[in-house]
Design a binder for this molecule. Structure first.
Ligand code: TXA
Ligand code: MG
Length: 310
């Protein structure tokens, strides 16, 4: 159910849950100050309680109320990439943020989104926690239709059109005197490097000592079974997730993710394409993985790998 910004603010301020557009993906929003609504988010998504939420702010100055230390480079990152698809994990004053939101961690994740509707809403509500607005494990929602597909037609959605980035924010953590990437996202390592003065290390998910709990779970996956393929045999007759302008076996059914020279378009439409597989009743598909490794492709590769995990 599409609702106005005023209605969304009213519902959130009364302790409701509303889906909200951001430039990355749609978020399932609750007020930072309504614990029941926060609990409802975990229940609605089927999200494990040990997976913390990102706090969305209207202004960078608000951080000072929550963060117990402001690491080197923080200001440069904020100046260059906020508002935008960057999330920063910072140590926080424990009594400033409910433990549920942090999943009991001594840190919390913060982001200032760029989407005009998200910004307008945040100005009316104050800080909002927002995980991606999808059922836990499924591809994230990049349009109001995706939100409705997961949560039903009656679920309140602030419609902001299709998301311009289409991939989640990049999450950074300050560790041993450097910022590192703990979740790849719409902001690339290449874009961060000149601002930081070094190439941020991309941390791999570590089951024994997770620093980004969400990275441990199966993610972004359609019901269709995806298989990563470096090459595709000429006699293949099934479904392929492929790219424009590339040759595929004659009898294969090819779903095009976009052009190899247009990573931003591939990113923008990725979750839509994954969701479409299920709508088309595709049971299994090969993923053409002969793709570039730099820039946004790094994130696209990570998402395709995750989506193909069983
Ligand atoms: O683009 C985005 O970031 C979207 C939009 C709505 O802003 N949100 C999003 O939220 O992707 P979610 O809940 O789907 O992913 C949040 C990720 C999870 O992997 C979680 O483990 C991690 O952020 N996270 C949150 N707080 C953390 C913390 N204190 N330390 C480490 N990781 C944290
Ligand atoms: Mg998510």
């Amino acid at each position: 159910m599409r609702i106005s910004i005023q209605k969304a603010a009213e519902l959130l301020n009364q302790g409701g849950v509303v889906a909200v557009p951001t430039e990355t993906v749609y978020g399932l929003a609750a007020s930072l100050h309504h614990e029941k609504a926060v609990e409802q988010i975990f229940a609605l998504k089927g999200r494990p309680a040990n997976n913390p939420l990102i706090i969305h702010l209207a202004q960078a100055e608000e951080l000072r109320r929550y963060a117990s230390s402001l690491p080197d480079g923080l200001e440069m990152l904020q100046k260059n990439f906020w508002p935008g698809p960057m999330t920063l994990v910072l140590p926080v004053f424990a009594d400033a943020i409910a433990s549920k939101i942090r999943a009991g961690l001594p840190t919390a994740a913060f982001r200032i989104p760029m989407h005009p509707k998200a910004r307008e809403l945040l100005a009316l509500t104050g800080p909002l926690v927002m995980p991606s607005a999808n059922l836990s494990g499924s591809p994230s929602a990049t349009s109001s239709e995706h939100v409705e597909a997961d949560f039903g037609k009656d679920f309140p959605v602030l419609d902001g059109g299709p998301c311009s980035k289409g991939l989640e924010s990049t999450i950074l953590l300050f560790k041993t005197a450097r910022w590192c990437i703990i979740r790849q996202g719409a902001l690339t390592a290449e874009a961060l490097e000149p601002v930081l003065g070094y190439a941020p290390v991309i941390e791999k998910a570590d089951v024994t000592a997770p620093i980004c709990p969400g990275q441990l779970y199966r993610h972004y996956a359609p019901k269709a079974h995806l298989r990563i393929a470096k090459s595709i045999p000429e006699d293949f007759t099934g479904t392929v997730l492929g790219y424009d302008g590339r040759h595929y076996p004659r009898h294969a059914r090819v779903i095009k993710l976009g052009h190899l020279h247009a990573s931003e378009d591939v990113a923008k439409n990725l979750y839509q394409n994954l969701r479409q597989l299920d709508l088309n009743g595709v049971g299994e598909a090969l993923v053409d993985f002969d793709i570039p490794e730099e820039g946004l492709w790094q994130t696209i590769r990570e998402r395709l790998l995750k989506a193909s995990q069983k």
